[in-house]
Design a protein around this ligand. Structure first.
Ligand SMILES: NC(=O)c1ccc[n+]([C@@H]2O[C@H](COP(=O)([O-])OP(=O)(O)OC[C@H]3O[C@@H](n4cnc5c(N)ncnc54)[C@H](O)[C@@H]3O)[C@@H](O)[C@H]2O)c1
Length: 333
């Protein structure tokens, strides 16, 4: 039986990743409806999926008869569409960050509690074999007790809602910062003890963060160090970025280059007492893998904790705690 999918938000993510992923999964996951407020963006998806309902009317969207909805619209609209989906007992795949602020994210979690459907977080990198391998290596004790996680994700964005505090929440801190934070929770858990961070602009500006860096300490002494940038540049066709994760243990380290990107090959380096091992991992389509996992989870009716909305709420709260702890402006204006 095919899984009938609807997508809300026909922008960059849908154009470069979701549209192709659903085309490749046709017969298993069928894209039957797309909702967006912009008819030009709807038409782009329609060129690839001519039989899908393309609409700016939410009732018409849900009338398509959906098993699941992927919410991939701007962050401040996540809660409204997530709740509309869960209230209809339709399974939800929710893009990161869960929402533009923690209370909107908590509203989504409460809707899931009342629904017979599940909410799965769109942490697509968690479906990458290289990432799963790195976590398994850490779990096996290969690099000893964890000391530090170092995550960098410099990138650039268009000057659109990503730059506006009201729509994005925390700018690049939530956009690209979601990745190192989600990984830190995977590896270090939730028991944190201290935060130090810097950012630009500070949270009292109408513009959202375009630079953020900081350190989060966890019980036991391990720490996350991260740096993200969201420089705005309107002259190139698409947003871009380059990510790197280094996991430092007492007996070695693991490095993943490209791990949080949308589908580049990933280089995995493992350095421990036995020497230096470097391998290149071709990345399968993360969005196809994510949809297949979404269908499985929906059928099982229970969400693994690392993909749960509880996790989405936790990670977003941590990002907001980091913003609230920002003590130094990176620059002056
Ligand atoms: N997991 C990933 O790999 C990944 C990558 C990119 C973006 N994202 C997430 O996906 C979401 C969308 O990001 P994007 O880069 O595609 O943004 P985008 O601006 O390119 O696209 C947003 C789309 O939503 C539409 N839209 C705007 N307001 C709307 C509203 N109120 N209701 C319905 N549609 C509306 C716009 O017309 C546009 O088509 C964000 O939450 C972002 O964090 C995730």
């Amino acid at each position: 039986m095919t899984f009938r999918l609807g997508i809300i938000g026909a922008g960059y993510l849908t154009d470069v990743a979701l549209s192709a992923a659903t085309l490749n999964l046709a017969g298993t996951v069928d894209l039957v409806a797309v909702y967006d407020t912009n008819p030009v963006n709807l038409a782009k998806v329609g060129a690839v999926h001519p039989s899908a309902v393309l609409t700016s009317n939410l009732d018409e969207f849900f009338a398509a008869g959906l098993d699941g909805v992927h919410v991939a619209s701007p962050n401040d609209s996540h809660a409204c569409y997530a709740q509309a989906t869960l209230n209809r007992n339709i399974h939800l795949l929710l893009e990161k960050p869960a929402a533009h602020n923690p209370s909107a994210a908590a509203d989504i979690a409460a809707s899931e509690q009342r629904s017979s459907a599940v909410c799965v977080m769109g942490y697509m990198f968690k479906h990458a074999p290289s990432y799963q391998h790195a976590l398994a290596l850490v779990g096996s004790g290969r690099i000893g007790q964890l000391q530090a996680i170092i995550g960098t994700y410099p990138g650039w964005r268009k000057t659109d809602w990503h730059a506006e505090r009201a729509a994005s929440g925390l700018g690049c801190l939530t956009d690209l910062g979601s990745y190192p934070i989600a990984t830190a929770t995977d590896l270090l858990g939730r028991a944190r003890t201290r935060i130090e961070s810097i950012g630009w602009p500070r949270s009292d500006q109408p513009e959202a963060e375009s630079y953020a860096a900081g350190t989060v300490w966890y019980a036991g002494g391990a720490r996350l160090q991260f740096e993200v940038t969201g420089v705005f540049n309107d002259h190139t066709p698409y947003p871009a970025g380059t990510s790197q994760l280094t996991i430092v243990g007492a007996d070695g380290f693991i490095q993943l280059r490209g791990v949080w990107n949308m589908g580049w090959q990933t280089t995995l380096v493992v350095h421990d007492r036995s020497g230096w091992d470097e391998s290149v991992w071709e990345v399968p389509d993360l969005y196809e893998r994510q949809y297949l996992r979404f269908v499985q989870i929906a059928a099982a009716g229970s969400v693994p904790e690392p993909l749960s909305i509880d996790r989405g709420v936790h990670d977003l709260q941590l990002l907001h705690d980091i913003a609230a702890n920002t003590t130094v402006m990176a620059g002056a204006r």
